[in-house]
Design a protein around this ligand. Structure first.
Ligand code: PLP
Length: 292
């Protein structure tokens, strides 16, 4: 059974997995989530994803029932039941269902619910890695940190969805958003990296972005191999002038960008630094698999 769902520690088939219409995640996006992959049955960077889940939950005062250990157990049970070795896993914790009238006040919620969705990983087409993708710099700005902090990976992804919708309408694979002050922020579900004269640059966390798990891993990898990495306040001019551009994410890994708004990046082919980091990323996964 490759697709399974764990609902409050009970594993069911996807067709038997239901959420209450009174659930606050459904009603208000009042939930947090994480998405990650397994490789050969191995959950990749699970500790980092759980840490970020905790941080998202803390930032919105959402208690994680049973704490991270219970969620880790739910992930393990769902993966065992699934037996899918290359899975995409989504953990969702909602503040729970409304018990009386529907009320925005979080104090009116019941108890939080924990869902773990396990499905076969749907790979990004190989051609995207080989030839690179198009990025669109969209008019939708990333949520301001003092409005809805992008550091919270909440169930409210409307900002990202609107940005991606604009990018898709322009024929691009992914968007990149500016923050409200005009600095580069991130994609709808990815972080962005630029190669500038042999060094790597990526928007600083202060730009108002999600602290990508893949982003952090790649920064560590790059620095360990002697590459200078700047986490900085970057402009769209930096994006347009970059020698190479790539995006990162748990399901996308390292994806080369060869056009921004239709203009060619570098020589229009995935660049050497991107290929090197992509290979190092996959080598890191292989090494972890071997040392299990
Ligand atoms: C807004 C946003 N930025 C960046 C990322 C990449 O984060 P990660 O590398 O942890 O998957 C995601 C992942 O879904 C995201 O939703």
């Amino acid at each position: 059974m490759p697709s399974v769902v764990s609902i409050n520690s009970r594993v069911v088939r996807p067709e038997d997995a239901f959420v209450s219409v009174f659930d606050r995640g459904f009603l208000f996006g009042d939930s947090v989530y994480e998405t990650f992959r397994t490789y050969d049955g191995m959950p990749w960077l699970l500790d980092e994803h759980l840490e970020r889940l905790q941080s998202s939950a803390d930032r919105m005062g959402l208690p994680l029932p049973g704490g991270l250990e219970r969620i880790r157990d739910d992930v393990a049970s769902a993966l065992t039941a699934s037996a899918e070795s290359t899975a995409a896993v989504r953990i969702v914790v909602t503040r729970g269902a409304e018990v009386g009238r529907i009320d925005l006040d979080p104090g009116t919620a019941g108890t939080p619910d924990v869902y773990v969705l396990v499905r076969p990983y749907a790979p990004v087409p190989e051609v995207a890695y080989r030839d690179g993708i198009d990025l669109a710099l969209v008019s939708v700005r990333r949520n301001a940190r003092d409005a809805l902090d992008p550091a919270i990976k909440s169930g409210n992804y409307l900002n990202n969805m609107l940005a991606l919708r604009e990018a898709k309408a322009r024929g691009a694979y992914e968007c990149v958003m500016l923050n409200k002050d005009g600095f580069l922020a991130e994609g709808s579900t990815s972080n962005v990296f630029l190669v500038q004269g042999g060094t790597l640059a990526t928007p600083a966390l202060d730009s108002g972005i999600l602290a990508g798990v893949t982003r952090a891993y790649l920064i560590r990898l790059a620095r360990a191999s002697g590459i200078v990495v700047r986490e900085a306040m970057l402009r769209d001019a930096d994006l347009r002038a970059a020698d190479e551009v790539f995006i990162s994410g748990s399901l996308k890994e390292v994806l080369p960008v060869v056009r921004v708004d239709g203009a060619t990046v570098g020589n229009g082919r995935p660049g050497p630094m991107t290929s090197r980091l992509s290979a190092a990323y996959r080598a890191g996964i292989d090494a972890a698999r071997r040392s299990r």
